[in-house]
Design a protein around this ligand. Structure first.
Ligand SMILES: NC(=O)c1ccc[n+]([C@@H]2O[C@H](COP(=O)([O-])OP(=O)(O)OC[C@H]3O[C@@H](n4cnc5c(N)ncnc54)[C@H](OP(=O)(O)O)[C@@H]3O)[C@@H](O)[C@H]2O)c1
Length: 235
């Protein structure tokens, strides 16, 4: 039985990860801010008895992270996969003066800092996992290569995902000796609340691709930025 934690699991890509990870072979811990409102997760809990635990988890609140990980520890001894999917994309930042310090800092808190703090709290469980992996969901918009090509704007989202990329790279170097694989992935442009209806991919297509990549990850790939199809992404 594999033990897995997904953040931002009540909708979008996080919810689709939970759906596809419920294989009968896994115990999935689904973190979300409001479990009582997470109807899709509640349905899945009924359909997969004993396989899914829904946890209250606001990833910007360290005491909530500690409580959620404590809850996981009370149920299992190890964690094999952590997927940091929770994220935010502040809109309307078309010129330098449309950016506010509050929005910029919130994007960093959620998109960059939270994945690292969640990881810190999960590390002891991951150390006991089988072939443990940490997957941080980034974006092409966090790539310096993409920014040069596409132009300005979207300060908060792009810079917070670029910071996530560096945090992931640093973490991968530090955790290599412990046998923990750490990668950052671009899920593609996906039809979620964030991606919108006209996006290229359904959540199902993106997550099928990403799980195919995640299942085959090797230590040689740790620290890489990968696409949902498993290709190396330019930084
Ligand atoms: N969709 C795309 O095209 C696309 C492309 C590239 C990268 N991504 C990345 O993929 C990840 C998932 O995006 P998505 O498309 O699924 O977005 P989404 O549909 O907007 O979902 C965002 C998720 O993050 C959760 N969240 C927000 N703030 C949170 C907090 N403080 N604590 C815990 N959870 C929180 C939301 O929960 P609530 O319901 O409580 O708000 C929701 O579950 C993000 O990191 C995003 O940047 C998406």
């Amino acid at each position: 039985m594999q033990n897995m934690l997904v953040t931002g699991a009540n909708r979008g890509l996080g919810l689709e990860f939970v759906r596809q990870l419920l294989s009968g072979e896994a115990h999935v811990f689904a973190g979300c801010r409001h479990p009582e409102r997470a109807e899709e997760l509640q349905k899945l809990t009924v359909e997969h008895p004993g396989e899914l635990s829904v946890l209250r988890l606001d990833v910007t609140d360290e005491s909530a992270i500690a409580a959620a990980v404590g809850n996981i520890q009370s149920q299992v001894d190890s964690l094999d996969l952590l997927i940091n999917s929770a994220g935010v994309y502040p809109r309307g930042e078309t010129t330098p003066c449309t950016v506010t310090a509050e929005t910029l800092l919130y994007a960093f808190r959620l998109n960059s800092v939270a994945p690292l703090i969640v990881t810190q709290h999960c590390l002891n469980l991951l150390r006991k996992g089988r072939n443990p992996k940490i997957v941080n969901i980034s974006s092409k918009m966090g790539s310096l290569w993409w920014k040069e090509k596409e132009g300005g704007g979207d300060y908060s989202y792009c810079s917070s995902k670029a910071a996530l990329n560096m945090l992931t790279r640093t973490l991968a170097l530090d955790l290599q000796k412990e046998g923990i694989i750490v990668v950052v992935v671009n899920p593609g442009w996906v039809q979620t609340d964030m991606g919108g209806e006209t996006a290229d991919l359904t959540p199902s297509q993106s997550v099928v691709g990403l799980l195919n990549v995640i299942r085959k990850l090797t230590m040689e790939q740790s620290g890489k930025f990968l696409t949902w199809e498993g290709k190396e992404h330019p930084w």
